[in-house]
Design a protein around this ligand. Sequence first.
Ligand SMILES: Cc1cc2nc3c(=O)[nH]c(=O)nc-3n(C[C@H](O)[C@H](O)[C@H](O)COP(=O)(O)O)c2cc1C
Length: 314
Amino acid sequence: MQLSLAPLQGFTDLVFRRAFAKYIGGIDYFYTPFLVMQNSGVLKSSHKREVEPFLERKDDLIPQFLGGSVEEFQFFEKYFSDLGYEKMNWNLGCPFPMVTRKTKGSGLLPHADKIKSILSDGYSSKIDLSIKMRLGLEDKQEIFPVLEILKDMNLTDIIIHPRLGNQMYKGNADRDFFKEVQDRFDFPIAYNGDIETQEDFLSLKADIPNLKDVMIGRGILRDYWLPHKIKGLDIPSAEEKKQILRKMYAEIFDTYSSFLSGDTQLLQKVKPFWEYFSSHFDNERKVFKGIKKSGGFKKYEQAVAFAFQQNVKE
Ligand SMILES: Cc1cc2nc3c(=O)[nH]c(=O)nc-3n(C[C@H](O)[C@H](O)[C@H](O)COP(=O)(O)O)c2cc1C
């Protein structure tokens, strides 16, 4: 079984992934947050930065895109394969109304025929394709006609986050329904959703013993050593963890400083990082509140110093 880090827009960008791979590890492969094609047929520079510099091993990284047309599909297949990637991931899960209204992300799930025509007319099998999806936009039954189409498409992976698009992140991931889906199709489906602790993982494996791969997002951002715990790898002591987190944070901060201009931009980038990072420390709520409330740069640095005065959780 392989473990991947879920893409989280704003959190698991190149800077984070590189630092994670260097200081923590334990992940088998990474995904980029979704890239989109601008109307003009080009990418934003922040999106290009995700895939173009080749700073990661390309076989560890699967670039993801969001799109709802043959044109977008063809654009990304060519773009990624020209860059040398061997696999790409199509996002059929994004739940945001701004996206779903345009029949993209989970907004495509009620339209199995459209998914079929995009794949038949757009995909030329230049590189491998995997799909990350939810159960549907408004109704779980939407997944069945979609999987009927996908099962003949030679995909390398289907990853299901068992929620509906219109749920956003409310309620629980529906493991029972995931199982039902898996039982009806004889290809392996990877699981994603709400694995926050080693206990969650063990109960998932007990519920679904023949599970293929597992993708974890927020659980890993809140506990960087969750993959180690799941895989039975050695875990550093709390004091060692603190040293590692310090180095990792410094590298992430320095890298952002090297290409973001001005304190405002920099703070806009690093403050949200603490939403998950603060979970590593005792008094995590106080730590995060301090960061969030810190106005300018000086106060921010004081809040960071306060965080590193706390003990790191085992
Ligand atoms: C802030 C945020 C950003 C996300 N960005 C993406 C994205 O770019 N692409 C994607 O496929 N899923 C995205 N997701 C969904 C996650 O990849 C994942 O499916 C979801 O968080 C459930 O897994 P988890 O409970 O392990 O976090 C995002 C989720 C969050 C909370």
